[in-house]
Ligand binder design. Structure first.
Ligand SMILES: Cc1cc2nc3c(=O)[nH]c(=O)nc-3n(C[C@H](O)[C@H](O)[C@H](O)COP(=O)(O)OP(=O)(O)OC[C@H]3O[C@@H](n4cnc5c(N)ncnc54)[C@H](O)[C@@H]3O)c2cc1C
Length: 487
C-alpha cells in the first residue's frame, strides 16, 4: 500500500496526532493518521478519564498569575533537565490552549474556580470531565473526519523510511494479516505517545511502548533525556487507578506493620511503595471517606476493600518526560521527521507539573502541523537513491523477550540500582535478533523490537538523566510528585 506522495503521515491517534492531523487537513494537506487499535481509543489520552478521577488542565487562570510565573515554576521544577525554549512555549500557550481544549473536547469544569496544586502558590488546576461522559477524543475524531483526515486503524508503525538525507515514509505491519508495507509521505509526525508500556506496570496502554524512542534511535535521530520518566502509586490490581495525590498523601498507607509519616509528599510515598514492592512487602492504602467515593466501582467492590477498607497499592510508570528531541516547532534532527505530545521530550525537566500532558499534546501537535506547512515549501523532489528502512532490531523469539523484559523492568519502575540497570542493558544488547528482512517481520516481532529498542534507550540513559546533574533532585523516576491537588 502506498499513500499519496504528498501526504503527511501522522503516527498515532491520541490528542497530539489528531490535533496535528486536523490542522494539516484544514490547511489543505493530505493527512493520514495510522493507529494500532481503534483510532482515538488506543492512547494515553483515552485513559485519562478512565484511570484518574478527573481531567486536570493546568494554566495561569487567576489575577496575579501569568505565563512568566508559570514558566518560572516549570523552570524551577525542571532543574535544568528541560530542553531550551519548550517550557516557554507551553507557559505562553497554556491558558489559550486550555480554553480551546475545553471547547474542542466538550469538557465541563467541575468547580467554579481552579484548585491550588501541591507545590504551587496560586490556583492553577482546572478539574474537568467530558460533558455527558463521552469518549474523551470523540469530538476530535468527528472534527478530523469533517476536515478530511484519513485514518488507518490496526496498523503498527515499526520503522522509518529514509531517503538521501530525510525521512520519506514509514514501515508498517498490518494487524489483520496484510503483512509489512511502506507508506510514503513528505513528512512523518511521531505522535505515538510515551514509553510507559516498556514497563510491565504502567498507566499507559500497551501500544505506548516507546515507538518514538525506538524509531528515532534506530534512525540515529537525537533524543532528549530518554530516561526521564514519572512514576506514581496506583491500585495494585486492575484497574491501575491513580486516586489523586491529595488522596494518597491524606490517606493512611501502611507498609508491613509501619504507617508512612503523615507529612509525606507523593515523591516520598512513591519511593516507599516501590521499596516495599521490591521487598515483597504489601503496601495498603486506607482512603479517607471523601476519596473512597471517587474510587472506581471495581476497586470498591474488591474483596480487600470490602473486608478491611484498605486497598493494595503498587507503583506504575506513568509518563515519559524525555523523548525524541524537538525544537520549539516539533522538528527533530532528521529533516521531514517531527514529534509532538508525549513522544517528544524535554518540555519539562526533572519534575513534571501535573495537568500539562494534554496541553503539551495540543500545543505541540498544532505547532508541528504549522511547521510542516511552512517547511513543505522548501522540500525538493524526493530522491529514490540510497533508500533504506531504519527499523529496530527484530527479536527472533518475541514472546521470550517480552517475558524477559517484564522480569527485568518490573523492579526498575522507580528504584534503579546501577548494577541491575547495567546487567539488564548488557542482556538486552546481547539478545539474539532474527536476521530476517523487515519485510518478513510479523506483528509480534515488530512489537517486541520496538519495546527492546525503547528499553535500551531508557535504561542506557537512566544514569545521566538522574539527579547527579540536578542537585537536590530526588532519585530518577521517583515520581515528580506534582500530580496532586489540594482539593
Ligand atoms: C491515567 C492517566 C491520567 C492522566 N491525566 C491527565 C490529566 O488529568 N491532565 C493532563 O493534562 N494529562 C493527563 N495525562 C497525560 C496525558 O494523557 C498524556 O500526556 C497525553 O494524552 C499524551 O497524548 P499523546 O497524543 O501524545 O499520546 P497518546 O494519547 O498516548 O497517543 C499515542 C498514539 O500513538 C499510537 N501508537 C503508539 N505506538 C504506535 C505505533 N508503533 N504505530 C502506530 N501508532 C502507535 C497509540 O496507539 C495512540 O493512538 C494522564 C495520563 C494517564 C495515563
Amino acid at each position: 500500500m502506498h499513500a499519496k506522495a504528498r501526504s503527511v503521515l501522522v503516527v498515532g491517534s491520541g490528542l497530539a496526532g489528531l490535533t496535528c492531523a486536523a490542522e494539516l487537513a484544514a490547511s489543505g494537506r493530505d493527512a493520514l493518521v495510522v493507529s494500532p487499535g481503534r483510532a482515538g481509543r488506543d492512547g494515553a489520552t483515552h485513559r485519562v478519564h478512565a484511570l484518574a478521577p478527573w481531567i486536570l488542565l493546568t494554566a495561569p487562570w487567576v489575577r496575579g498569575d501569568s505565563p512568566t510565573r508559570f514558566f518560572d515554576d516549570l523552570k524551577r521544577r525542571g532543574l535544568g533537565l528541560e530542553r531550551s525554549g519548550l517550557a516557554e512555549v507551553l507557559a505562553d500557550s497554556s491558558h489559550a490552549a486550555a480554553l480551546r481544549l475545553i471547547e474542542d473536547l466538550d469538557l465541563e469544569p467541575m468547580d467554579a474556580e481552579p484548585v491550588t496544586l501541591a507545590g504551587d502558590e496560586l490556583p492553577r488546576g482546572l478539574r474537568c470531565l467530558p460533558r455527558n461522559r463521552h469518549i474523551m477524543l470523540a469530538p476530535a475524531l468527528t472534527h478530523c473526519a469533517a476536515v478530511g483526515v484519513r485514518v488507518r486503524e490496526r496498523t503498527l508503525v515499526f520503522g522509518l523510511l529514509i531517503g538521501e538525507d530525510r525521512v520519506v515514509g514509514a514501515v508498517v505491519v498490518d494487524r489483520d494479516g496484510g503483512g509489512v508495507s511502506s507508506i510514503e509521505a513528505e513528512a512523518v509526525v511521531l505522535a505515538c505517545g510515551g514509553g510507559g508500556a516498556v514497563f510491565p506496570v504502567t498507566t499507559s496502554p500497551r501500544w505506548c511502548r516507546g515507538t518514538g524512542l525506538a524509531l528515532a534511535s534506530a534512525a540515529a535521530v537525537l533524543l532528549h533525556r530518554p530516561g526521564l520518566a514519572q512514576a506514581l502509586p496506583v491500585t495494585a490490581t486492575p484497574p491501575l487507578f491513580f486516586p489523586s495525590s491529595a488522596a494518597l498523601v491524606h490517606g493512611r498507607i501502611e507498609i508491613g506493620s509501619r504507617a508512612l509519616p503523615a507529612d509525606r509528599d507523593v515523591e516520598a510515598t512513591t519511593v516507599a511503595i516501590a521499596g516495599a514492592a521490591r521487598a515483597g512487602t504489601p503496601a495498603l492504602f486506607e482512603p479517607i471517606a471523601e476519596t473512597a467515593s471517587i474510587l472506581p466501582a471495581r476497586v470498591r467492590a474488591s474483596a480487600a476493600f470490602k473486608q478491611s477498607g484498605r486497598i493494595p497499592l503498587t507503583v506504575a510508570l506513568h509518563h515519559c518526560i524525555g523523548g525524541v528531541a524537538i525544537d520549539t516547532w516539533g522538528r527533530t534532527s532528521l529533516p521531514g521527521l517531527y514529534a509532538c505530545g508525549e513522544a517528544a521530550g524535554g518540555v519539562q525537566g526533572q519534575r513534571r507539573t501535573m495537568g500539562t500532558g494534554l496541553l503539551e499534546a495540543a500545543v505541540f501537535g498544532r505547532r508541528a502541523a504549522q511547521a510542516i506547512i511552512r517547511d513543505q515549501k522548501e522540500y525538493g523532489p524526493r530522491s529514490e537513491r540510497n533508500r533504506r528502512a531504519a527499523v529496530p532490531g527484530l527479536p527472533f523469539e518475541p514472546a521470550a523477550i517480552e517475558h524477559r523484559l517484564d522480569e527485568l523492568l518490573g523492579p526498575l519502575v522507580v528504584l534503579r540500582p546501577p548494577d541491575e540497570v547495567e546487567s539488564a542493558v548488557r542482556e538486552l544488547r546481547a539478545w539474539p535478533l532474527g536476521d530476517f528482512e523487515p519485510s518478513l517481520a510479523d506483528e509480534a516481532s515488530a512489537f517486541a523490537g520496538i519495546r527492546r529498542q525503547a528499553a535500551l534507550a531508557m535504561l542506557g540513559a537512566f544514569r545521566e538523566d538522574r539527579s547527579a546533574d540536578a542537585p537536590g533532585a530526588p532519585p530518577a523516576g521517583s515520581g515528580e510528585g506534582r500530580w496532586t491537588t489540594s482539593a
